[in-house]
Design a protein around this ligand. Structure first.
Ligand SMILES: [Fe+2]
Ligand SMILES: [Fe+2]
Length: 326
């Protein structure tokens, strides 16, 4: 495996417009040269998964990002978003957990892909730290990042969390872009980060399928029970029940529900929840559309969102009919 520090030291400082356009295109479009189906558990599927991750790497460099000057109103809007602490800490945790899991697995190809993913999480953290610094956002002290005891569990919590959070972030990001409340330069800075999360969850979905297909059959029932437990944990966390206590003994409720409250902060438009869900679904499809269709996509969050959109459509029709009958 090529050293990750080596990749970083070779990121271009001032790439030309043409180079930027090319790498951006390549980060969003990829097809495996391998012919035929890519069945999870086969060497072909695994090679395609890890090659996708390597080939779609975007070599942007956080240290050279030019943070635009903001008018007082926009600056206030950005600094008062309740996401910065949790965003920085999430990236820090993701980096640690992915690196820990990558170090544990034997397969050299998957090890390489997951190590690269950890490295990219660290780069996200750097981007956010630079933003926090540029706009003087007040931050809570970062907690110590502790190596997980149950490495696989921690990796799955991070992976499934990314699947849920990225799905909603895609929609919120599109909403912010449409509302025009944030400068275009800022949207453009975060665009590769957003697409990177799409690649991460694409890798996670295919790692999961590979892991399921290659583990001994007698381990599967226990593993599937752990997958269910991860989802229960995430539901609990997202219902705003996860609390943490800081060093001074103060209790914090982390804003894991940013999607619900965040739409109001990201836009001045009036958007209903089913409309937001539909936007998330459309953006999810758009972001994944450039990658080889034989690679698996995350399915659970989009399925829940689709069911929600359908149910609310039926409910609206039912309400319309009962109103007409009255
Ligand atoms: Fe990230
Ligand atoms: Fe990620």
């Amino acid at each position: 495996m090529k050293s990750l520090a080596d990749i970083y030291s070779h990121l271009p400082d001032q790439p030309s417009e043409k180079t930027l356009e090319r790498v951006d295109y390549e980060a969003r479009h990829w097809s495996s040269p391998i012919r035929g189906p890519l069945k999870p558990g086969t060497e072909e599927h695994k090679k395609a998964t890890v090659q996708m991750f390597r080939d779609t790497f975007n070599p942007y460099k956080p240290s050279v990002i030019d943070w635009p000057e903001l008018d007082p109103e926009t600056l206030h809007r950005i600094t008062s978003l309740p996401i910065w602490d949790i965003a920085v800490q999430t990236e820090g945790k993701a980096r640690l957990r992915m690196a820990a899991y990558a170090a544990m697995i034997d397969d050299p190809d998957m090890k390489d892909a997951l190590s690269r993913n950890a490295w990219e999480e660290n780069r996200h953290k750097e981007v956010l730290s630079k933003l926090v610094e540029a706009y003087k956002i007040k931050m809570a002290p970062e907690p110590d990042y502790i190596e997980p005891k149950d490495t696989e569990w921690a990796y799955m919590v991070t992976g499934f969390s990314e699947c849920v959070d990225s799905f909603f972030a895609f929609g919120l990001f599109a909403l912010a872009e449409r509302a025009g409340l944030f400068p275009m330069e800022l949207i453009e800075t975060f665009e590769p980060v957003m697409q990177e999360e799409c690649r991460h969850i694409l890798l996670f979905a295919n790692w999961l399928a590979w892991h399921r297909a290659t583990m001994p059959f007698w381990k599967r029932p226990w593993f599937e029970m752990r997958v269910v437990a991860v989802w229960i944990f995430l539901a609990y966390e997202r219902m705003g029940l996860a609390r943490s206590i800081d060093e001074s003994g103060q209790e914090h409720t982390q804003d894991n529900n940013f999607t619900v409250t965040g739409a109001k902060d990201m836009t001045n438009m009036d958007i209903k929840v089913p409309e937001l869900m539909q936007l998330c679904l459309d953006e999810n499809d758009r972001r994944f559309s450039g990658y080889d269709p034989r690679l698996l996509r995350p399915t659970t969050t989009p399925a829940i969102a689709r069911a929600f959109v359908r149910a609310s459509g039926l409910w609206d029709r039912f309400k319309g009919k009962t109103k007409a009958a009255a």
